[in-house]
Write a protein that binds this ligand. Structure first.
Ligand code: PLP
Length: 402
């Protein structure tokens, strides 16, 4: 059966050009990049070439790019590293209610350690209001972390504007507040320029941009006070111990190079298909709604809620007709909690359960989009026919609120 993969925000396939560069590294260039003999120097050169590519893709200096084992690690490092290094200056951190769990759970852990965390709200489109940040900043704020784009609803945050507010605040504050952004979903999909944004820290991940899984990077602006996450050897300029995953880093470098060279074309392709998908769904399926910002949204993200049904049912039915998508809710991970992102957008828990996220990719075609809409129409109709809920019997909110 034909498969249509519309979960590119979860992960992307490894691009053939990326694989072509990775295989020889695994097969031949096996040296440890820290070794001083020829095999080591060979691996070291590959590592530094990849660092240059990743740095170029975000307009950083190569010396400011530190490879990690994932986007999650970069997020943990940014938050915990800054918190622990700067705890004597202040213990206040600001983030948002819609961050990825790599940030939110790290923030919760820091709260347990005695840090004070403010979670900024978002509007019904998922945007942070810069005025809220202005009000939340304090003399003891050491870090602000706001994601560049949301992974569930695709909303793009006004990072440059938020950074400006922090810079203004820093002019007459004793503590210099640092700014981190989780750019895992944004990198490779919208322009990311660390200098233009003015951020101090930025995390990215390989597997969201057609690179391999288990590799990422943290941009650390020169001079940023941050502690290491792990103890060990002297790799990554003594900042991130562990023998580097050279093959994956090489793949990540290639993926970043391709992504930045084709950024405009890629975004145009995705936007066109995304808008076709959104239009198809909203016009053909009653009681459906687009979630997130209709304008400031990632080019490949189309996320919806369908009233009176559960996202899980939609996902399983789509899978049976060859379509891979995702639900915003955490049900798949064994929890019945609705998505924290959709709740933060102000959706009632009951409605938030009917969510579906479709994220398009490099290989998605117009035919794929049309196929998915054609399949989705009867699926939603059938699920609604089986559901005890409808217009006259809407969700019993109290059940979800308990
Ligand atoms: N941050 C965001 C916004 C993400 O979407 C993800 C992955 O889904 C991550 C962080 C974690 O990245 P990784 O899977 O590389 O750990």
């Amino acid at each position: 059966m034909k498969r249509v993969y519309l979960d590119n925000a979860a992960t992307t396939p490894v691009a053939p050009e990326v694989l072509d560069e990775m295989v020889p590294v695994l097969a031949e260039h096996f040296g440890n990049p820290s070794s001083i003999y020829a095999e080591g120097r060979d691996a070291h050169r590959l590592l530094e070439d990849a660092r240059e590519k990743v740095a170029k893709a975000m307009n950083a200096e190569p010396s400011e790019v530190f490879f990690t084992g994932s986007g999650t690690e970069g997020d943990n490092w940014a938050l915990r590293g800054v918190a622990h290094k700067n705890a004597k200056k202040g213990k206040h951190i600001i983030t948002t209610a819609i961050e990825h769990h790599a940030i939110l759970h790290t923030a919760k852990r820091l709260e347990k350690e005695g840090f004070d965390v403010t979670y900024l709200p978002v509007d019904d489109k998922g945007r942070v209001n810069p005025e809220d940040l202005k009000k939340a900043l304090r003399d003891d704020t050491i870090l602000v972390s706001v994601m560049s784009a949301n992974n569930e609803v695709g909303t793009i945050e006004p990072i440059k504007e938020l950074v400006e507010i922090v810079k203004e605040h820093n002019k007459d504050s004793k503590t210099k507040t640092l700014f981190h952004t989780d750019a895992v979903q944004a990198f490779g999909n919208i322009p990311i320029d660390v200098k233009d944004l003015g951020v101090d820290l930025l995390s990215v991940s390989g597997h969201k941009i057609y690179g391999p899984k288990g590799v990422g990077a943290l941009y650390i602006k020169k001079g940023t006070p941050i502690e290491n996450l792990m103890e060990g050897g002297a790799q990554e300029k003594k900042r991130r111990p562990a023998t580097e995953n050279v093959a994956s880093i090489v793949g990540f470098g290639k993926a970043a190079e391709i992504a930045s060279e084709n950024l405009e074309e890629h975004a145009e392709h995705l936007t066109k298909l995304r808008d076709r998908l959104i239009k198809g769904v909203l016009t053909r399926i009653p009681d459906s709604e687009l979630t997130g910002d209709p304008v400031n949204r990632l080019p490949g993200n189309a996320s919806f809620i369908f009233d009176y049904i559960e996202g899980e049912g939609i996902l399983l039915s789509l899978d049976m007709v060859g379509v891979a998508g995702s639900s915003g809710s955490a049900c798949t991970s064994g929890s019945l909690d609705p998505s924290h992102v959709l709740l933060a957008l102000g959706l009632p828990a009951g409605r938030a359960h009917g969510s579906l996220r479709l994220t398009l990719g490099r290989d998605t075609t117009e035919e794929d989009v049309d196929y998915v809409v054609d399949q989705l129409v009867p699926i939603i109709e059938r699920l609604r026919a089986m559901s005890p809920l409808d217009k006259d019997h809407p969700i019993d909110q109290e059940v979800y609120d308990k």
